[in-house]
Design a protein around this ligand. Structure first.
Ligand code: ZN
Length: 245
């Protein structure tokens, strides 16, 4: 690069190029920030689905336990019922009153046991009913969520594709734009950007710096409007340029 190349361009043009460069960088940073949040978003979708899946699995296992419990009470009732029948059959053949009373007592105790077991069975049925309803509700929620997640994922992946394409285009634009900046000026621009950790060049409108919102001294504002030299905000030290209203 010869100095002649830079003699052709004046400060106003150089500032315009820096402004363009800054816009490219700001847009690239925004896209990068968006892209970096994508995997977190996708993880959140997956964990929401998994949470619901787990809840359904837990309820199914509870349902299984309840059914087992019900069947066990049921078989207990059947067994007791058979015993009652048997004891009742023996009643006619007993010889003594004592034996008779003992059998009656045995029958009575079995009946009480069965009545308790039947109460438990009713409770089981209630809970089975309730759990089945809960499962059906959660299955509905799950399929809705799954649909939403898959459509949201599609949207996100489209945004990712667009973002990557746009980043590549911005990179090309940045390369060609930055090559038009005087090396010395480019160095200062880069240094300011690193120091303020962001926007290196900001506009000044109605005497106010857009980077820090401070008022510029009137003399400086007048000089700025001439656009013939590089100016820095006395407060935030960013490169400033005059933006015509
Ligand atoms: Zn400032």
């Amino acid at each position: 690069m010869t100095n002649d190349k830079w003699l052709m361009t004046n400060m106003k043009e150089q500032i315009d190029i820096l402004v363009k460069l800054q816009k490219i960088e700001t847009e690239s940073d925004d896209i990068k920030l968006k892209l970096s949040g994508v995997s977190e978003k996708l993880d959140f979708f997956d964990s929401s689905l998994k949470e619901l899946e787990q809840s359904i699995a837990d309820k199914k296992s509870l349902l299984n336990d309840l059914n087992k419990k019900y069947r066990s009470y049921d078989s207990e009732v059947q067994t007791n019922f058979a015993l009652i029948k048997k004891s009742q059959g023996r009643l006619v053949g007993v010889k003594t009153n004592r034996e008779y009373q003992a059998l009656l007592k045995e029958i009575e105790e079995l009946k009480i046991k069965n009545s308790q077991a039947e109460d438990e069975m009713l409770l089981c049925l209630d809970r089975i009913d309730e759990t089945e309803k809960d499962i059906s509700v959660e299955k509905g929620e799950y399929s809705k969520l799954k649909e939403k997640v898959s459509s949201d994922k599609e949207t996100i992946m489209r945004e990712v594709d667009y973002g990557k394409e746009r980043l590549a285009a911005l990179k090309d634009e940045w390369d060609s734009t930055s090559s038009k900046v005087k090396p010395e000026l480019f160095k200062r621009y880069t240094m300011v950007g690193q120091r303020v950790k962001g926007t290196a060049i900001v506009s000044v409108k109605k005497s106010v710096c857009n980077g820090c919102n401070m008022n510029l001294p009137p003399q400086m504002y007048n000089e700025l409007q001439r656009c013939d030299s590089l100016k820095f905000c006395p407060n935030c030290q960013r490169i400033i340029y005059w933006e015509q209203l």
